[in-house]
Design a protein. Structure first.
Length: 190
């Protein structure tokens, strides 16, 4: 399993961000695969966050490479409002299929905040430590393993019964300890 449909994201989009001086971090399913060192399931898209002050610049990079990549930039996505934060989201799409989504990370004092459907979540400074990963020849940057796991656990309760619950369970089996997994899925063998 190598997620070839994401090749343009890894080989064109992310290097374009880096070449523009924009730091990004991959989170979600791709980051969970990075912890394992390989893709263990089909990933429909790549989720990234950037510092709030770099968000608009990142969107401009996407617009500048639209023609080269053949991807459309969807910017009219509803802004998510949670706990006093307003989080925009922008997607890169091939036709109707989302291949990448980008959201801002907010710096608040000595912490960082990411905003999800189930609320805003606070993370320590380790979140922005950059870890270079390689899977199936693709190179990208993630937060450290413990931050990837915490983001997953923060989002898990609202996703257990979602339309993607099979993928979520697969992710849980790959990132959580047996005890942690059983806490979320008490009647399932890990």
């Amino acid at each position: 399993m190598n997620n070839k449909h994401l090749k343009v994201i890894f080989e064109t989009v992310m290097p374009s961000l880096e070449n523009s001086g924009i730091e990004y971090w991959v989170y979600g399913g791709i980051a969970l695969a990075a912890v394992q060192g390989h893709f263990y399931r089909n990933n429909e898209d790549v989720d990234i966050f950037v510092n709030e002050c770099a968000f608009e610049n990142a969107v401009e990079v996407f617009k500048n490479i639209e023609e080269v990549t053949g991807l459309g930039v969807k910017t009219d996505i509803r802004t998510l409002k949670r706990d006093g934060f307003e989080r925009p989201k922008v997607e890169l799409k091939k036709g109707k299929k989302e291949l990448l989504s980008i959201v801002p990370m907010f710096e608040v004092g000595e912490s960082y905040v990411l905003v999800f459907g189930n609320g805003s979540k606070k993370y320590n400074r380790n979140l922005v430590n950059r870890v270079e990963r390689r899977i199936s020849g693709y190179r990208f940057i993630t937060p450290p393993n413990e931050s990837i796991k915490k983001i997953f656990q923060d989002c898990l309760p609202s996703r257990i019964n979602s339309k993607s619950k099979i993928k979520v369970k697969q992710d849980a089996q790959n990132i959580l300890s047996t005890e942690e997994f059983n806490g979320y899925y008490p009647n399932v063998t890990n």
